[in-house]
Design a protein around this ligand. Structure first.
Ligand SMILES: Cc1cc2nc3c(=O)[nH]c(=O)nc-3n(C[C@H](O)[C@H](O)[C@H](O)COP(=O)(O)OP(=O)(O)OC[C@H]3O[C@@H](n4cnc5c(N)ncnc54)[C@H](O)[C@@H]3O)c2cc1C
Length: 389
């Protein structure tokens, strides 16, 4: 692999850096897990989109810049290095959009992608159910055929930012008589303010109110909002899951920037080389750099026609464990101040270390737990026999 970045790609990076330097808010926006922060982040999405920075790798007709995946990686490095706000549109942009590019119709892409890119429609993922998380194929919510569409019933849970989002994409059992649980599922989009939808916030460790569960009571969805063929939802969902676990949701830039901030913090706190904490800081830097190089390798493989595949499980375990170790190290460096979250007067870095730590605790769980990912790595990448399920 050639690690030299071409001048045109460097020019793209410089353009992104200049734009971010001119636009990133000087004071961090309130948390996107609150109503106020959600609105502020939606406005930030609009600003990004106005200058075509919200979805750089998408085609221009949908608001992107037709940028290569390498350029997307470079953009993300600049984005996180600039300390730019978190992306409230991430579930739509990184999960639903790639699914629509692969399985949607032209009409769906034309209707859904523009408002998503501009932050006008923020999407929630409605997959998990109270008894169907890891064993997602056991889900029980139903989609029943009706005139011109489907009626949705059931309960979805653990839906990130659904308390404030506009629309959701979910999996529903449309054929209860299918021979196997993975068959007979359909993938549908629905508005969260539709008649029959109740959104109820779920408590989170940090007390923020955006996480929610959804109750669906005869919610009508037109045929136009079915993605892929009826009963083929599992196949479509696996394309979403690959993106969720892989690079796009958690780009390397996020970790190289965080590891850089950790190293700066270590210096600021007068850290001494050769200590256990110093070694953990070095490990975080090495881990972030390794993930960055893996990212470059992966986009060059994809550019040459390769697919993401089971390697996304490897990526998922790596980024989630790196995030956790990095934040644990920061809190150990900060001592008691590290526990101060945003809003507290003396919170270091506006509480971002404490917030990042609580969020990193969830990394080994969401996007498919790391236990399940390790099973997939064992079976699909190492060729080991199937474990007991
Ligand atoms: C912060 C956060 C955000 C989330 N956001 C969303 C969202 O936006 N939309 C959405 O649909 N879902 C979301 N989820 C849900 C998430 O995908 C599920 O929590 C996850 O898939 C695990 O499912 P579960 O919670 O039902 O745990 P379970 O499946 O009940 O698992 C419990 C434990 O048992 C282990 N386990 C289960 N089966 C096996 C097995 N066969 N082999 C080995 N170990 C096993 C698991 O690894 C885990 O440690 C989110 C979760 C969190 C924490």
């Amino acid at each position: 692999m050639d690690l030299d970045i071409a001048p045109a790609d460097e020019a793209f990076r410089a353009e992104a850096r200049d734009w971010l330097a001119a636009h990133v808010p000087a004071v961090p926006l309130p948390s996107l897990e609150t109503a106020e922060g959600f609105a502020a982040h939606r406005e930030w999405e609009r600003q990004l989109a106005a200058d075509r920075w919200s979805v750089v790798s998408w085609p221009r007709e949908h608001g992107g810049r037709d940028a290569s995946l390498l350029r997307w990686l470079l953009f993300e490095e600049e984005y996180y290095a600039a300390g730019a706000p978190g992306r409230v549109g991430q579930n739509g942009i990184h999960l639903l959009a790639p699914t629509l590019f692969e399985h949607g119709t032209d009409e769906q892409r034309a209707r859904v992608l523009g408002p998503m890119a501009r932050g006008e429609a923020v999407w929630a993922q409605a997959w998990s159910e109270p008894e169907s998380g890891s064993d997602l194929a056991s889900l029980r919510s139903t989609a029943v055929r009706t005139d011109g569409g489907w009626l949705l019933n059931g309960q979805k849970t653990w839906s990130s930012r659904a308390a404030f989002a506009d629309r959701a994409f979910g999996l529903f059992r449309s054929d209860p008589d299918a021979a196997r649980p993975h068959q007979g599922l359909s993938y549908l989009m629905f508005p969260l303010d539709a008649p029959g939808v109740t959104v109820r916030p779920l408590g989170r460790l940090d007390g923020k109110p955006a996480f929610a569960e959804l109750f669906l009571d005869d919610v009508f969805v037109p045929d136009a909002d079915l993605i892929g063929a009826p009963g083929q939802g599992w196949r479509v969902a696996m394309s979403t899951a690959g993106n969720e676990r892989g690079l796009t949701l958690r780009s390397p830039g996020r970790f190289t920037a965080a590891a850089g901030r950790l190293a700066a913090l270590w210096h600021e706190m007068g850290g001494t080389a050769g200590t256990a904490l110093g070694e953990r800081v070095a490990d975080a830097l090495i881990g972030a750099r390794a993930y960055q190089l893996f990212g470059y390798a992966q986009v060059s493989r994809l550019g040459a026609g390769g697919a993401v595949g089971a390697e996304s499980s490897l990526t998922k375990v790596f980024w989630s464990e790196l995030d956790l170790a990095l934040h644990e190290t920061a809190l150990d460096l900060l001592g008691p101040y590290g526990a101060l979250a945003d809003g507290a007067d003396e919170a270091p870095a506006h509480g971002s270390w404490a917030d990042g730590y609580t969020f990193s605790l969830a990394g080994p769980i969401y996007a498919g737990t790391n236990e399940i990912q390790r099973d997939l790595i064992a079976e699909r990448l190492l060729g080991l026999p199937k474990g007991r399920r």
